[in-house]
Write a protein that binds this ligand. Structure first.
Ligand code: ATP
Ligand code: MG
Length: 216
C-alpha cells in the first residue's frame, strides 16, 4: 500500500485462506496492520501487489462498482470507528443497506432493522441520531447494520472493543448465532481473548506479517 508520503509497506507476504462458514480471529499489536488486512479482504481497499479472492471472485479483476455490488450483496462490515451516517437515526442506519438494494418493501426492512436493534439491546434507541448515542451504542448499531442483510461473510474490526463484558458476550453470541444459523463466515479483528477463543482459528499479525500463516 502507498500512502501520501510515498511508498510504505504495511502488509507483506500474507498468505491466508479462510473456508466458508468458519470463524477466524485476527490478533496483533496496535499498528500491526489488522484493520488494513480486513479492508483488503473485504474489498474496501486494494493492495499494490498480490491477490484477494472473496466468495470465488478475484477482487482486482472487478471495478469499483462491481466490488461495491459484491459487498452490498454478501458482505457485512463493522468498522473500528463505526462509520454511522450522522444524519440518519439508528433505525435508518440499520435499514440503509437493504434500502440501497431496493428488493424489499420498506415496512419489511423497518421490521427487520427493529428486530436487530432489539437483539443488540437498542429497542429504546431507534430514533436517536449517532451523536446522541454512546460509543458502545454506536458500535451495536454498526453491528445491527452489518447483520441486517444476513451476509455470507461478516468482517468486524474489534466488534466488542467499546462494550462492557455483559454486552460484549451478548454481541459475541449474536455473531456466532449468525455463523451457525446462516453459515456466515466470521473474520474478526479482536483484542478480546474470549472472542478469539470461540473462533475456529486465530491468526496473529506482527508488523504486517502473519506469524502463523494458515488455511482455516
Ligand atoms: N491510509 C493509510 N496511509 C498510510 N499509512 C496507513 C494508512 N492506514 C494505516 N496506515 C499505517 O499502517 C499501519 C497499520 O495500520 P492498521 O490500522 O492496519 O493497524 P491495526 O493493527 O488495525 O492497529 P489498531 O489495533 O491500533 O487498530 C500503521 O502503521 C498505520 O499508521
Ligand atoms: Mg485497527
Amino acid at each position: 500500500m502507498k500512502d501520501a508520503t510515498g511508498e510504505l509497506t504495511i502488509l507483506d507476504q500474507i498468505d491466508l485462506s479462510i473456508a466458508k462458514g468458519s470463524s477466524v480471529a485476527i490478533v496483533g499489536a496496535s499498528g500491526s496492520g489488522k484493520s488494513t488486512l480486513l479492508g483488503l479482504l473485504a474489498g474496501l481497499d486494494s493492495a499494490s501487489e498480490g491477490s484477494v479472492r472473496l466468495l470465488g471472485k478475484e477482487l482486482s479483476s472487478l471495478n469499483e462498482d462491481e466490488r461495491a455490488a459484491l459487498r452490498s450483496g454478501a458482505v457485512g462490515f463493522v468498522f473500528q470507528s463505526f462509520q454511522l451516517m450522522p444524519h440518519l437515526t439508528a433505525l435508518e442506519n440499520v435499514m440503509l443497506p437493504l434500502e440501497l438494494r431496493a428488493e424489499m418493501p420498506h415496512s419489511e426492512i423497518a421490521a427487520r432493522a427493529r428486530s436487530l436493534l432489539d437483539q443488540v439491546g437498542l429497542a429504546q434507541r431507534t430514533a436517536h441520531y449517532p451523536k446522541l448515542l454512546s460509543g458502545g451504542e454506536q458500535q451495536r448499531v454498526a453491528l445491527a447494520r452489518a447483520f441486517v442483510t444476513h451476509p455470507a461473510v461478516l468482517f468486524a474490526d474489534e466488534p466488542t472493543g467499546s462494550l462492557d463484558a455483559a454486552t460484549g458476550y451478548a454481541i459475541i453470541d449474536l455473531m456466532f448465532e449468525m455463523n451457525r444459523r446462516n453459515g456466515a463466515t466470521l473474520v474478526l479483528v479482536t483484542h478480546d481473548a474470549e472472542l478469539a477463543e470461540r473462533c475456529d482459528a486465530t491468526v496473529t499479525i506482527e508488523a504486517g506479517r502473519l506469524v502463523n500463516g494458515l488455511s482455516v
